[in-house]
Design a protein around this ligand. Structure first.
Ligand code: GDD
Length: 325
């Protein structure tokens, strides 16, 4: 039986990955913050269904000793490093914690593995934001990086670190360069969930409008359960490398609005207000991924269309509200 450690196990991706690995017969361990254990109803909601099968360990990205201890206690065959600051903040207020959580903590994790379990296969969660103001479209593994935010820079720095551990310390470290991926478990700060949850409230008469930023912004949006399949497949290869994971199709926020509102027979134009606070600078370049390598080497392909994802999210949020959530 293989043993896996997932950092960020209670997040969207961590929870789907834990379910996938359990279904494959893995012994699954997850790292969570102490405050999550103290408030499981809210903080562990994504793994509520699988919680009894997952062995949880207390650790946090800002406590490197705790990361070291978790690695020493679990000694996994595979580690999926998903915990990070994942909201792409363009403001200055959060920069140092973004760098600390995304770069310095990744260093703590990799160096712990190098010392304690050098044979462990490690997955690092990179991001399309590493391409930023990309020079070419669609982007693949050979496209030069040009990040446009501190978030993108922090992910890129950690990505280089992951490569360094692979090339110089001969460790099995693979990175996914993941484009946006959504699901009913998406955090509420991200635009798709903000939309799906508000559409559900509007449908039930519990909200009357939805405030957004740039609804012409475009993204390459995929389905989170598909993306965790790619993460697992990367660690099953004979040798480590990095893969772009994306659908190769972009849509606008407006397209998502149309799909989400039409799932409950409403038209978004009646409800959406634009608010300057939600606009972001530096978004002139549209990111679109070319996942040909993942298709070829991992046999990976998306299973859901954009419209199906939007519909599933709205229906799940409606159900949550009806169930009292
Ligand atoms: N969050 C948010 N809120 N975004 C809005 C809003 C709003 O009210 N209005 C418009 N948008 C636009 C943003 O400007 C952006 O162009 C797009 O919606 C998507 O924003 P997010 O859902 O916040 O995601 P993201 O693209 O910034 O980041 C996600 O994808 C990255 C690439 O895969 C995150 O998952 C990152 O962690 C990930 O690296």
């Amino acid at each position: 039986m293989k043993r896996a450690l997932i950092t960020g196990v209670n997040g969207q991706d961590g929870s789907y990955l834990a379910e996938l690995l359990l279904a494959k017969g893995y012994e699954v361990h997850g790292m969570v913050r102490r405050d999550a254990l103290e408030d499981p109803a809210h903080r562990l909601v994504n793994i509520a269904g699988a919680r009894k099968s997952i062995q949880l360990h207390v650790g946090s990205l800002d406590n490197h000793q705790s990361i070291h201890k978790v690695v020493a206690a679990v000694r996994p065959d595979e580690c999926y490093h998903l915990a990070s600051s994942s909201f792409v903040s363009y403001s200055f207020e959060d920069e140092s914690s973004i760098v600390a959580n995304n770069f310095t903590a990744t260093h703590a994790l990799l160096s712990s593995f190098k010392e304690l379990v050098p044979d462990c296969r490690v997955y690092f969660a990179g991001s399309s934001e590493m391409f930023g103001h990309a020079k070419a479209s669609p982007q693949n593994e050979a496209t030069p990086f040009n990040p446009r935010s501190v978030y993108g820079i922090s992910k890129l720095a950690a990505f280089h670190l992951a490569r360094n551990y692979r090339e110089h310390h001969r460790m099995f470290v693979s990175a996914g360069i993941l484009y946006n991926h959504e699901s009913p478990r998406r955090g509420h700060q991200f635009v798709t969930r903000k939309i799906s949850s508000t559409v559900a409230k509007i449908k039930l008469g519990r909200a009357s409008s939805l405030s957004l930023g740039n609804i012409d912004a475009r993204r390459d949006w995929g389905y989170a359960p598909d993306f965790v399949r790619a993460m697992h497949a990367m660690l099953q290869k004979d040798s480590p490398t990095d893969y772009v994971v994306a659908t190769g199709v972009t849509h606008s926020v407006k397209d998502f609005l149309r799909a989400a509102f039409s799932a409950v027979d409403l038209e978004y134009e009646r409800f959406v207000r634009l608010e300057s606070a939600y606009f972001r600078p530096s978004e002139t370049v549209v990111l679109c991924g070319d996942a040909a390598l993942a298709r070829r080497e991992l046999g990976w392909a998306p299973s859901r269309t954009f419209e199906e994802i939007a519909r599933e999210m709205v229906l799940a949020d409606l159900q949550l509200l009806k169930d009292g959530g």
